[in-house]
Design a protein around this ligand. Structure first.
Ligand code: SDX
Length: 423
């Protein structure tokens, strides 16, 4: 943060004073909301690389330093000391819960964990080879139909209840989608268990309800969900905010966020990383892959590398890479793809192309290897990302609904089409 309080933009014979807005942390922002009125100018910033879309108190990222804070708490401390449910509460409410508040929140999530038979029918109506993200988006859209007529968005309690319902039902949807793909019975969540155990049991239990919970797996998954819980104005969260800005209901806004997350440039990268590692196959093919990733004529990119904001290590990737070795050792899994990933990371981090562009491993680079060790199929990886990200999405939606400066999202454009012409 600088001591700059005003920026001046000179446009021809006009000079416009732009107020400079001060954040708690991070870059100062020139407020250009009056620019067009005073100069007739628009600004152009494809992909909004330098444009703040809102004010938010939820998450802060310092891309140069590789810092990630949820409500001010460093991600490293939350990953080590907190739980996914405590982090979800923190993101939603701004403060960590006391013991009673946490207990009540967990009870609320258990109560809301079940879904109607109509969801089972919807999931069951998809082909066995349907991509889980398509089914997830449709299932959440179905929730928007179920809760639409009774939802008064002017009522804070109903807004909060919608947020809690989405956090509560995502694991159930993920488990049902997995079981549908495997041709297994569509079962109900065991609400006597904690959030992560409930998800694992519902996903993997045998037809007669048997599943041995491994505390190492529960803990590993809990940490992975913490690491995915929020990430300020990423593409899917911006989509949730964009849809939410029109007054659409939160289930519809989150369904839109799911479809945005699906793309391989965003949350779909975790699935793409595993496919890339399988394509490379062995460590001796890594050099070729790095060369291909640098070749502009090939459309090949190193999936799981690079980030719009992090120009240093993604702190989540650092934690996940340490976890990967630990979880695979605990599970006695020896995955040759881990060796390929480690070799690929080493090769890229020593290569000028990647160093010059500050391309480091991101959250998606190693997560797939852990999910695979947890027996989660590749095509479900991005559903796992959505499961983790739901508290972030709904927290941003809630924050937006009471933001006095919120306006409907409606960017302008540079028109490059035909001048006016007669028909
Ligand atoms: C997530 O925003 C978030 O916070 C997202 C996320 C979250 O938690 O919500 O962190 C989750 O989406 C992580 C990112 C997952 N995506 C991938 O791993 C896909 C591979 N990475 C890229 O496609 C890319 O790095 C992006 C999409 C992540 C970022 O793209 P940018 O910021 O628009 O950067 P760019 O495409 O303009 O690239 C800058 C340069 C280009 O080269 P030059 O034109 O300068 O010569 O870097 C090159 C790019 O070609 N480049 C890569 C590369 N990523 C960027 N080259 C090879 N491999 C890559 N992975």
């Amino acid at each position: 943060m600088s001591d700059l309080n005003q920026a001046t933009l000179t446009a021809g014979d006009k000079s416009v004073a732009l107020p400079v807005l001060k954040p708690t942390l991070g870059n100062d922002c020139a407020d250009i909301s009056k620019l067009t009125k005073e100069t007739g100018l628009f600004t152009y910033d494809s992909g909004f690389t330098a444009t703040a879309s809102c004010k938010s108190a939820i998450t802060y990222i310092d891309g140069d330093k590789g810092v990630l804070l949820y409500r001010g708490y460093p991600i490293e401390q939350l990953a080590e000391k907190s739980s996914f449910i405590e982090v979800a509460y923190l993101l939603l409410n701004g403060e960590r819960p006391g013991a009673d508040q946490l207990k009540a929140f967990e009870a609320e999530l258990s109560k809301e964990a079940t879904v109607d038979d109509s969801i089972n029918a919807l999931i069951g109506s998809f082909g066995k080879d349907a991509h889980p993200m398509a089914i997830l988006a449709a299932s959440i859209a179905q929730l928007s139909a179920k809760y639409h007529n009774s939802l008064d968005l002017n009522d804070a309690a109903q807004r909060y209840q919608a947020a809690v319902r989405l956090i509560a039902k995502l694991p159930t949807l993920a488990a049902l989608i997995y079981r549908h793909g495997k041709g297994l019975n569509l079962n109900a969540p065991d609400t006597s268990l904690d959030y992560v155990s409930r998800f694992l049991k519902q996903t993997f239990e045998s037809a007669d309800g048997k599943y041995d919970l491994n505390p190492n797996i529960v803990k590993a998954l809990d940490v992975l969900l913490i690491l995915h819980a929020d990430h300020e104005q990423n593409a899917s969260t911006s989509t949730v905010r964009g849809v939410g800005s029109t007054g659409a209901n939160p289930y519809a806004s989150v369904a839109a966020g799911v479809t945005a997350l699906w793309g391989p440039a965003h949350g779909g990268a975790n699935e793409a990383v595993l496919k890339m590692l399988e394509e490379i196959g062995t460590a001796d093919k890594v050099e070729d892959a790095v060369a291909k990733a640098k070749d502009k004529n090939s459309h090949f990119r190193l999936m799981g590398f690079g980030h719009r904001v992090y120009k240093n290590f993604d702190p989540r990737a650092k934690i996940i890479s340490v976890m990967t070795q630990k979880v695979l050792a605990e599970l006695g899994v020896n995955d040759p793809l881990l060796e390929v990933a480690v070799k690929l990371e080493q090769a890229a981090l020593q290569d000028d192309y990647f160093v010059a562009r500050k391309l480091y491993p991101n959250v998606d680079f190693y997560s797939g290897i852990i999910y695979k060790a947890l027996q989660i199929p590749t095509e479900l990886f991005t559903v796992m990302f959505a499961l983790g990200r739901t508290p972030g999405w709904v927290s941003h939606w809630l924050e937006q609904q009471t933001d006095p400066e919120m306006k409907i999202v409606r960017p302008r454009q540079i028109y490059t089409g035909s001048p006016v012409r007669d028909y």
